[in-house]
Design a protein around this ligand. Structure first.
Ligand code: PEP
Ligand code: MG
Length: 609
């Protein structure tokens, strides 16, 4: 039997995906390779979310049955609203309001009266079935959105598609797979897991998952890591021979699935699973210990946050500081922009709650893939190369000054540092500093207190900044390296495009050389350096970052224990030797192999061995 994973891509992008990843037919016990994005091992039966999108076919409805057909549509619409509200509630509980906000757009579309009225009108005028009519109406809206320039509205297309398939399934009497209430634990295989599916995942029922599309920095991968579910992405589109209920082993460390494993394989992996669980218990027990190498070198560990609510968990579990507060999350999904008072309250709350640790507040990083719907900005052909982050703030002086005043005021209540994102030139630093000076003056005039010696840093995430780091260092107190963007820009590989995800290569010798040069420049000027991109929480990269002399690693909270455990087994001179060897390599694969060999020697459990 042959299955094809459920695709939400357009036909053309699905076809391209098929071309770049030729299909292969696994046999019993054979290994399927993907990219491991969340560590851990799962052993169990597979569940394929492999139904094709429902394609309604037009049917003639007799005049006498039109009322009943309209009622069928309304019942399915109401059921969909209840399902989405329930999903929203669950997501808000598990992941917070920010992620739950995705479903507000869904509720808005489904609750739109003109969509409902038009559907009923079409059922009656064309005497057609409800699912066909609804598909036609939403299809018209989709066409209209395709013409719109505003990227925010263009991005709503995926919400409309998500809604369309839910309502159509409900009209057709099918229910979507509810990943939260599977009767037995399953390893889920899917083409993609959109928000409505990933959100409902429960660690007890989804013991692991694998998708065709996605990358290490995709929404699904980040969620898998925070939920602690082993996962991989990039599996082949077509897998002949796999069917629901087959046994499988999913290895999130190596990015592999073994389909229909032998008894020996299951036994061996169960042994590894037991060792892992034992090891995780020992890591948790280390939360009080210092992040210090065997030869006494300390690295500051810190957490990345998007909203103030996340601080409570940081205090409870690790007691570290906040190395990156992505302030744009205060702005996204809001009806109105937060004013100075509201922002001040948010920054102050974090500063007070995290004290005596410090918080680094990054100024608004809007643009790229993050938009503010209320600002109605013109669409750009290449948004990641457009008016983003500091470029955007410098074009909006009032908005920027408001944020700067709010951050400055919060600095009177704790250890607050400020960070400017996406700096590419010395002029941008000068302009940002001018604005900071102006904000200080405005506060002085109002007699409002703030820390006059607050540290000011810049993100190093544009190659030009990395290459000119010695000059940029003359103007600031610290650097924070954003590897997510630095890799995207250095490799010319859009971080949101799954087709270029293979070029996200943190071990590429060119990236290691860039980092090394930034460290040389920073050391010369005596300023400290943090890394706050995803590599900071990837244990495979820890030896390189230590060997480079990075002083602070800021990462998602669940990664802290693992990185600390590894650091505690390493020696600085070995890490330095690893860096020296890496910069002479030619490929990312060679450097990765060196890192793996080193990590294997220090803590084999980290690689799931
Ligand atoms: C980065 O680019 O590495 C970073 C930390 O910033 P963001 O992921 O928010 O762009
Ligand atoms: Mg960035």
């Amino acid at each position: 039997m042959r299955w094809r994973l459920w695709t939400r891509l357009s036909d053309s992008s699905a076809a391209n995906l098929g071309k770049s990843k030729p299909s292969r037919a696994p046999v019993a016990g054979e290994t399927i390779n993907g990219l491991g994005v969340s560590a851990g091992i799962a052993i169990g039966q597979i569940l394929i979310i492999g139904r094709a999108d429902p394609k309604p076919v037009e049917q003639f409805i007799h005049e006498n049955a039109l009322d009943a057909e309209c009622a069928r549509f309304r019942a399915a619409r109401d059921l969909s609203v209840r399902q989405i509200e329930e999903l929203r509630r669950r997501v808000a509980e598990v992941l917070g309001e920010k992620d739950a906000g995705v479903f507000d757009a869904h509720l808005m579309i489904i609750g739109d009266l003109s969509v409902a009225t038009e559907t009923e009108q079409l059922i009656r005028s064309r005497r057609c079935n409800a699912d066909f009519a609804f598909d036609q109406v939403l299809g018209r809206y989709l066409k209209m959105l395709q013409q719109v320039e505003d990227p925010y509205f263009r991005d709503r297309q995926s919400d409309i598609r998500d809604i369309a398939s839910r309502v159509i399934r409900n009209i057709q009497g099918e229910t979507a797979t509810d990943l939260a209430s599977l009767s037995e634990p399953r390893i889920v295989l899917a083409h993609d897991l959109p928000p409505s599916e990933t959100a409902s995942m429960h660690k007890g029922s989804v013991i692991g998952f694998a998708t065709v599309i996605g990358s290490r920095t995709s929404h699904t991968a980040i969620m898998a890591r925070s939920l602690g579910i082993p996962a991989l992405v990039g599996i082949p589109e077509d897998l002949d021979g796999a069917k629901n209920g087959d046994m499988a082993i999913l290895d999130g460390y190596r990015g592999q699935i073994i389909l229909r494993p032998t008894e020996e394989q299951i036994g061996a992996f169960r042994e590894r699973q037991r060792a892992q669980e034992e090891w995780i218990r020992s890591v948790v027990a280390e939360s009080e210990l210092a992040a210090e190498t065997l030869d006494g070198f300390r690295v500051q560990l810190a957490a990345n946050i998007g909203l103030p609510d996340e601080v409570a968990e940081i205090r409870r579990s690790h007691g570290v500081g906040v190395g990156l507060f992505r302030s744009e999350y205060l702005f996204i999904n809001q009806q109105v922009l937060p004013d100075e008072e509201k922002q001040y309250e948010a920054y102050r709350r974090v500063a007070e709650e995290i004290y005596p640790q410090s918080v680094i507040v990054r100024t608004l990083d809007i643009g790229g893939d993050k938009f503010l719907s209320h600002l109605n900005l013109p669409g750009e052909l290449n948004p990641f190369l457009g008016i983003r982050a500091i470029r955007f703030c410098l074009t909006q002086p009032e908005l920027f000054l408001t944020q700067l005043r709010a951050i400055l005021r919060a600095s009177a209540h704790g250890k607050v540092r400020i960070l400017f994102p996406m700096i590419a030139t010395v002029e941008e630093i000068r302009q940002a500093m001018e604005m900071l000076k102006k904000a200080r003056k405005q506060l002085d005039e109002r007699g409002v207190p703030y820390n006059r010696h607050m540290d000011v840093g810049i993100m190093i995430e544009v190659p030009s900044a990395a290459m000119l780091a010695d000059r940029l260092a003359e103007h600031v107190d610290f650097f924070s390296i954003g590897t997510n963007d630095l890799i995207q820009y250095a490799m010319a590989a859009d971080r949101s495009n799954p087709a270029t995800a293979y070029l996200y290569q943190p071990t590429h010798p060119a990236i290691i050389r860039l980092l090394r040069d930034v460290m040389i420049a920073a050391n010369k000027r005596g300023i400290w350096v943090s890394v706050c991109g995803e590599v900071a929480g990837d244990p495979l990269l820890t030896p390189l970052l230590l060997g480079l002399g990075i002083q602070e690693l800021s990462m998602s909270l669940p990664s802290i224990g693992r990185v600390k455990h590894l650091l505690r087994g390493m020696r600085m001179h070995e890490a330095e030797a690893l860096v020296a060897k890496s910069v002479t390599c030619s490929t990312a694969a060679e450097v990765k192999a060196l890192c793996e060999a080193y990590v294997r020697g220090v803590a084999p459990e980290m690689l799931g061995e």
